[in-house]
Design a protein around this ligand. Structure first.
Ligand SMILES: Nc1ncnc2c1ncn2[C@@H]1O[C@H](COP(=O)(O)OP(=O)(O)O)[C@@H](O)[C@H]1O
Ligand SMILES: [Mg+2]
Length: 242
């Protein structure tokens, strides 16, 4: 069954068409990677799924329900969470308190929120940094905190916007393991990512955008061998057989 269905969505910003007639769906328990060059419209697509702004045209369905135009807090309440490309922790609060803020949104009491925050610390291997203000973390640890914060609400659908940007190769490997673990725990994932090694390691399905248009949609290997996709990444001068 598909948990998320994007049905012919278009988004215009004045004269710019950031997404044009995009359709794809994500099956429950799968990981879909949304890729494409800078400015392709990936974050715009996420913003519509997460309710930051509605599409100009088209519909979005989640768990069989039309969620088009719903607000981020409404979507969060029904199990959709996201991480941001530019991470936004509460810099003066400690790592633990950042997780408490996230956990409290979905907990009945402080004790339950504390337990959830501790569970997230251990899940993302941040225990030893829990008393450090988030503003002092390295980019790798900040990205882990961002993931921990998003999954503290136990989402059914997690949207991850470039979670590996700025990570070292060993941190990328760690992030790949974390993403597999999140999926094993029952969360369906849509991930925007530039690091192709990571995309190939985690995705069941790939959607490629270029200039707001979907140029490929399918199995990872088939998509990466697609001539149009190769050209989008390497330029028109590239011929596959050379
Ligand atoms: N809030 C906005 N207002 C106006 N234009 C925007 C806005 N968000 C994105 N855009 C434009 O839409 C296009 C796609 O941007 P974006 O979705 O951020 O691409 P990507 O995430 O693939 O790099 C760009 O031309 C960008 O300038
Ligand atoms: Mg983006």
């Amino acid at each position: 069954m598909s948990l998320l269905k994007i049905d012919r969505i278009t988004k215009r910003f004045g004269g710019v068409t950031a997404n044009e007639n995009i359709s794809f769906h994500v099956k429950e328990g799968q990981i879909l990677a949304l890729i494409g060059p800078n400015g392709a419209g990936k974050t715009t697509c996420f913003n519509m799924i997460a309710g930051v702004f509605p599409p100009s045209e088209g519909k979005i369905y989640y768990d069989g329900q039309d969620i088009t135009g719903k607000k981020p807090h409404e979507l969060n309440a029904i199990g959709i969470a996201r991480t941001f490309q530019i991470v936004k922790p509460l810099a003066k609060l400690t790592v633990f308190d950042n997780l408490m803020v996230a956990s409290l949104a979905k907990s009945k009491n402080i004790k339950e929120a504390q337990e959830k925050a501790k569970e997230m610390l251990s899940f993302t291997h941040l225990e030893s940094l829990q008393h450090i203000p988030a503003g002092q973390l390295s980019i790798g640890n900040l990205k882990r905190l961002e993931v921990a914060r998003a999954i503290a609400t136990r989402p059914k659908l997690l949207l991850m916007d470039e979670p590996m940007g700025g990570l070292t190769p060993s941190e990328v490997d760690e992030a790949i393991r974390l993403i597999h673990q999140i999926r094993t725990n029952g969360t369906t994932i849509v991930i925007i990512e530039h690091i192709m090694k990571a995309v190939m390691a985690v995705s069941d399905h790939i959607v490629v955008l270029q200039n707001g248009v979907m140029i490929a949609n399918g199995d990872p290997k088939a998509v990466m061998n697609d001539e149009t996709v190769i050209k989008a990444y390497l330029g028109d001068g590239y011929v596959k057989s050379h």
